[in-house]
Design a binder for this molecule. Structure first.
Ligand code: ADP
Ligand code: MG
Length: 450
């Protein structure tokens, strides 16, 4: 409509020709870069095309900033059938894509990219069975295992699989942190509608995946709400998938009634991968990320696989770091065991590093918010970066004895007063902001698991 109005004003069409030719046009569809316009009288298509297609194109480009082709169709045009097919196919595709995006799924976490080894074959088989018949086999499915062993990867794989095969199914994936923060938000809002929106989201779904349930603790109201959500879904035969770093019986703060419910379905553990599986994961990563060009020698891969045993994220991290070092050195040093050893020296292994250091805090905060270490050290101002940076300051202050000055150095050379300000800012905000308090609580538990 805006375009049509624009055409009338800019191109000074007479009132008559405007109302005869332009006004009756209807946008039939927009596919890729083409606008299809429906002309009511078949006989006038040729005339309109000659006279108005250029001005229309110009107007559309002026208004939308995109150059579109303009095609005029009469109602009996045979292209209409074709268009119908095309547009339904393309909206279908778009729907699944946004469904996976909307559900917050990582496109790389699928069954295709998941290596099955003796450490996870049971969890993998159970996940696949659940993905194939949600709500019908194991309900709930409870996956547990240590950090970096593939729980989140498997959960996303299930969600992708279900959405790929039944795009109409409602799939909700959240971490227990998000669940809690959304509940806090709904409760605080005080309006009836915000609580019913919350329930609508979590109860009106075919598949609910809750990641890292061990953090759903302490808060009674959260457990209470989750208990009702669980019952509601379970009774309706909807699939529930839960992950945790330990089995239900070991989550002390979990209410007994929830614990028993978690034991109703199937509990599958994920343990550390053996050497062969670690090698297979490294090779898969090389294939997926097209790293063959670096011709990493076998003995280097073997060296990494031999030394990083308990955490697949660190296994991948070592490979990334190796390549980053190699590229940084500008081909001066070959990719060999020495370079690998250097790449791996920062990888913190939880076994021999029980003390909380500012580096550990920074790593965990970076991972939690998906903000790079470089951004944490930078001076960037957007809240998505500044808040995690202040949380680092705050946690270093609370959890270590390191002086403010050293925290400043660690964070890319910030002065004492910046750090002090950051610490005080968070101290103040946690008092007022329950969601922030919950998030910080969870990060603390990640730093210092009990
Ligand atoms: P968790 O949720 O258990 O902490 P993640 O699912 O986040 O662990 O896995 C950590 C990293 O390791 C991810 O990048 C993931 O893709 C990778 N990973 C874990 N298990 C496997 C596997 N079996 N095959 C391939 N990659 C894996
Ligand atoms: Mg995870």
């Amino acid at each position: 409509n805006e375009i049509i109005e624009h055409l009338r004003v800019e191109h000074e069409l007479s009132h008559i020709s405007f109302s005869t030719w332009i006004q009756p046009l209807k946008v039939y569809n927009v596919v890729d870069n083409t606008v299809y316009l429906l002309v009511d009288k078949a006989a006038s298509v040729d005339y309109i095309e000659k006279k108005y297609s250029l001005p229309l194109k110009v107007c559309i480009a002026e208004i939308t900033g995109i150059e579109y082709e303009v095609v005029f169709l009469s109602e009996d045009d045979e292209r209409i059938e074709e268009l119908k097919k095309m547009s339904s196919a393309s909206t279908d595709k778009r729907k699944t894509k946004t469904a996976a995006e909307k559900a917050g799924l990582n496109p790389r976490y699928t069954f295709d990219t998941f290596i099955v080894g003796n450490n996870n074959n049971f969890a993998h088989a159970a996940s696949l069975a659940v993905a194939e018949s949600p709500g019908e086999v194991y309900n709930p499915l409870f996956l547990y295992g240590g950090v970096g062993l593939g729980k989140t990867h498997l959960m996303h794989s299930i969600a992708h699989f279900i959405l790929d095969f039944s795009p109409k199914k409602k799939v909700v994936y959240v971490t227990s942190e998000t669940f809690t923060n959304e509940l806090i938000h709904a409760l605080k809002n005080g309006r009836e509608s915000s609580m019913s929106d919350f329930r609508e989201k979590y109860r009106n779904t075919d598949v609910l995946l809750i990641d890292d349930i061990q953090f759903l603790i302490g808060k009674e109201s959260t457990q209470e709400e989750f208990f009702h959500t669980f019952n509601h879904l379970h009774t309706a035969g909807k699939q529930i998938i839960i992950s945790s770093d330990r089995p239900p019986k070991d989550i002390e703060t979990l209410e007994a009634r929830l614990r028993t419910r978690f034991e109703w379905g199937l509990i599958a553990d994920m343990s550390a991968p053996d050497y062969e599986t670690r090698m297979a994961i490294l090779q898969k990563k090389i294939e997926l990320e097209h790293l063959e060009i670096y011709h990493i020698p076998d003995d280097v891969l073997q060296y990494i696989a031999q030394n990083v045993k308990n955490n697949i994220r660190e296994l991948e991290g070592s490979l990334n770091k190796l390549i980053a070092l190699y590229r940084l050195e500008g081909n001066g040093r070959p990719i060999d065991i020495n370079l690998a050893a250097e790449a791996m020296k920062d990888i913190l292994s939880p076994d021999d590093n029980k003390t909380v250091t500012p580096e550990l805090i920074m790593d965990i905060v970076s991972d939690h918010f998906g903000v790079s270490i470089a951004d944490l050290k930078s001076n960037k101002r957007p809240a998505e970066i500044a808040v995690p940076r202040q949380i680092v300051m705050y946690l270093c202050r609370k959890m270590t004895d390191v002086p403010l000055k050293s925290i400043g150095i660690l964070l890319g050379g910030k002065n004492h007063s910046t750090i002090k300000h950051g610490v005080e800012k968070i101290e103040h905000d946690v008092e007022e902001n329950e969601q922030l308090a919950n998030t910080i609580d969870i990060i603390k538990k990640k730093i210092n698991p009990v």
